[in-house]
Ligand binder design. Structure first.
Ligand code: TEU
Ligand code: CA
Length: 555
């Protein structure tokens, strides 16, 4: 099936808990999304991706599923879902769901059964191991969210594996019954008409034989070499494609944790027929050395250019990427890569020019279209994310950092930054809910909100709309060949994209100061497709740029 719709289409990620609350209980829900479909359509996005909406005790906000074929009651009912799907399709958009298949919730019936006894038929749905002689866990694996990846079950005197929280036991994909359960769940939603899946931590599903200890290298390397890319992984992905995905007009988008540019082809090369695209972590983690809340490195534009280049070269014509600058797991893109104070609007727009002209399917994260920024949580009582809370608690034991510094770290990198309620207007809680939101609204909603930007032709929101419209009309954005200009320039990013006779030149200033670039291309007959300032200045070969100025010329 030729699925070019997912290449050209723009994905918009919704984190339902924080999107829009229709019944004022402080939690976003499906009816809240239905109420905003016109808004989403007005943005010119094409594919809505919902973070998990299935029943869950919400230890990790839905990434701990207790029933794969149901709707989390706080989010609504199956009727609400059917209506959402229907209306999304009626408006010419698609809908994809988040498949969390590496682990489920410890409150899933499978795990409840498995815990009952060693000979329970569900026991083998999970990874169980005897303790070491000293009673300790079977190996040195660490959870992504701190502490050992093994939890002791006193009743059966065995440990079970959980790469995330202890309420997220890893499923045992070696067991064909587990695979069939997951495939059935996928079919259930695909038969309803959903258009595909974003696949959570899919590279982790095959575990290494004998669960060998991890070497003493950084966490990122451990993920790549020990947790991800296991021996039977590609066999499973092929099977999943063959048995499920390829029978539908649907696509799969892999979360690329542990995938690098060298092995990416194994996942997405067209002729392997495993997954349709992936988003990697290299851009999202370009300032994070090994793992969250550890060492960071300052933003470096040349490094970012080389990451984009490395990945472009790696998948060139053989596969397809997705391209995200932010999601529910990272701090806000404008705060990280731009300037969320003095040049807030300019930098948010400039970053979007960059994102929308890179290769791969464009992925927008909710709220980025109005330039939402990081939040300052005043005390640990305001922190909601389990990863941040675990870090804080672990740190209070080790006392590596003072409590203030730990909170500062959480405010800089924590996932709650991206999860604050979407700011719809300047009324109470930014119009998200009349009830108390589950996570506090960023107080800057008074100035940063959809309603205000909707009425302002120069707003970030209308900039997104224009640019997305232009992108739709110019295939060169999506399919053009990418050519770097001035690669080593550490302040200014310049490149062109060429598709037959169509050509665009993109010029981006990443500094909060004026800059210039010597442009060898002839721009006399070029038209400006988009510019985040209302002027630009060219003298001879030199283009002068305002702070965070970004432009696209069409030649
Ligand atoms: O994230 C996987 C993942 O690798 C993240 O843990 C990421 O490394 C981290 O958040 C960055 O610090 C996925 C989901 O996107 C995340 O929300 C879930 O918590 C996680 O899987 C477990 O399902
Ligand atoms: Ca609600």
């Amino acid at each position: 099936m030729e699925l070019s719709w997912f290449k050209k289409g723009t994905i918009y990620q919704i984190y339902p808990r924080s999107f829009n609350d229709s019944n004022d209980d402080g939690i976003g829900d499906l009816r809240g999304i239905i109420d905003k479909l016109d808004y989403l359509q007005s943005l010119h996005v094409d594919i809505l991706w919902l973070s998990p909406i299935f029943s869950s005790p919400n230890d990790d906000n839905g990434y701990d599923i207790s029933d794969y074929c149901s709707i989390m009651p706080e989010f609504g009912s199956m009727e609400d879902f059917d209506e959402l799907l229907q209306k999304t399709h009626d408006k010419g958009m698609r809908l994809i769901l988040d498949l969390v298949a590496n682990h489920c919730s410890d409150e899933h019936n499978w795990f409840k059964e498995a815990k009952k006894s060693k000979d329970n038929p569900y026991r083998d749905y999970f990874h169980w191991k005897k303790p070491e002689d000293d009673g300790g866990p079977p190996n040195n694996w660490k959870s992504f969210f701190g502490g050992s990846a093994w939890e002791y079950d006193t009743k059966s005197e065995e440990y079970y594996l959980h790469l995330f929280t202890k309420k997220q036991p890893d499923l045992n994909w070696e067991n064909p019954k587990v695979r069939e359960e997951i495939y059935n769940a996928m079919r259930f939603w695909l038969d309803k008409g959903v258009d595909g899946f974003r696949m959570d931590v899919i590279p982790l599903i095959s575990k290494r034989e004998g669960y060998p200890d991890a070497p003493d290298v950084g966490f990122r390397k451990i993920i790549e070499d020990v947790y991800a890319n296991g021996p039977r992984l590609h066999e499973y992905l092929k099977e999943m494609n063959e048995k499920v995905v390829r029978h539908y007009d649907a696509f799969s988008l892999a979360e690329g944790v542990g995938i690098n540019h060298e092995n990416a082809g194994l996942y997405i090369d067209y002729d392997r027929r495993e997954l349709d695209m992936l988003y990697h972590f290299d851009i999202l983690e370009c300032t994070i050395v090994n793992g969250k809340f550890e060492e960071t490195s300052p933003f470096d534009l040349v490094n970012m250019k080389s990451i984009f280049k490395k990945w472009r070269d790696a998948v060139h014509e053989k596969g397809w990427l997705a391209n995200a600058m932010g999601n529910h797991d990272f701090a806000r893109m404008t705060s990280r890569f731009g300037d969320d104070k003095q040049y807030w609007a300019e930098s948010a727009k400039m970053l979007f020019i960059m994102q929308s002209t890179q290769n791969g399917t464009l992925n927008i994260y909710q709220g980025d279209e109005i330039g939402m920024t990081n939040i300052v949580l005043e005390s640990v009582d305001e922190v909601r994310d389990v990863q941040s809370l675990n870090f804080y608690n672990e740190n209070s034991k080790t006392k590596k950092l003072s409590q203030e510094s730990a909170l500062e770290m959480i405010n800089r990198e924590g996932r709650d930054n991206a999860r604050t309620p979407v700011q719809w207007n300047d009324e109470i809680n930014g119009g998200f809910s009349l009830g108390e939101p589950w996570l506090k609204t960023n107080p800057n909603y008074v100035n940063i909100n959809v309603r205000k930007q909707n009425n302002d032709p120069d707003s970030i929101l209308n900039f997104y709309r224009n640019l997305l419209q232009i992108r739709k009309e110019n295939d060169v954005f999506v399919y053009g060949d990418f050519k770097e200009l001035g690669f080593n320039n550490s302040s200014i990013y310049v490149y062109k994209k060429v598709l037959k006779k169509e050509q665009i030149i993109v010029i981006l200033n990443f500094e909060g100061t004026e800059g210039y670039f010597e442009i060898k291309e002839n721009l006399t007959e070029a038209i400006v497709l988009i510019n985040n300032y209302n002027k630009y200045k060219i003298e001879g070969d030199i283009i002068h740029l305002e702070p965070y100025q970004g432009l696209i010329f069409k030649v």
